[in-house]
Design a protein around this ligand. Sequence first.
Ligand SMILES: CC(C)(COP(=O)(O)OP(=O)(O)OC[C@H]1O[C@@H](n2cnc3c(N)ncnc32)[C@H](O)[C@@H]1OP(=O)(O)O)[C@@H](O)C(=O)NCCC(=O)NCCS
Length: 172
Amino acid sequence: MELDSDPEVMRYLTGDGRTRAQVEKAHGLRLATAEPVAGLGFWVGFVEDEFVGWWLLQPAGWGEEALVPGEAELGYRLLRRHWGKGLATEGSREMLRHAFQDLDMHRVFALTLTVNERSRATMRSAGLEYIRTFYEDDDDRDGSELGAVEYAVTRDQWQAAQADSDLTTPAA
Ligand SMILES: CC(C)(COP(=O)(O)OP(=O)(O)OC[C@H]1O[C@@H](n2cnc3c(N)ncnc32)[C@H](O)[C@@H]1OP(=O)(O)O)[C@@H](O)C(=O)NCCC(=O)NCCS
């Protein structure tokens, strides 16, 4: 409730803070993303004992006509007081590792409004690349006139980036 009732957190998502009934419904839908594909779903992040936010790896095509095998969509949402500490990036990198190493997925993508700079920066920091800008007619959120963007990374790209960072990181 604390997370989703903050209008600044929800600015580029729903445009306003959510009520308890709306939060419970949305949370149920997020938890359900764990059902169709083993290993995908919803994770909650803590620092020490404190809840900081969540990360989501949902099956591509979830809620649409058919799932896309081997693909997952990344999402995240953090309490405002924990923004800017690198936590969204840290969690997203672990999501990618899990998707490619543990689950053998071949592609992870993420979507956000073009104007959501923090989210785009998180995508870039985690290793996703800009793919496209697209527009949806029925979107009336703040800034939606500039469209939405897709970022993505394939398993091959992720593995190559891991190999590069192994070469450039000095051994402890
Ligand atoms: C998107 C969100 C999770 C990012 O959290 P965060 O704490 O800022 O993320 P990080 O600290 O990991 O920073 C990620 C990158 O954003 C950059 N960043 C921070 N503030 C920024 C800003 N105002 N504008 C642009 N980039 C910014 C950071 O420098 C970092 O990039 P770097 O690694 O190249 O330095 C957080 O702002 C949030 O929960 N927003 C509301 C929910 C939301 O919009 N979710 C995404 C829906 S698609």
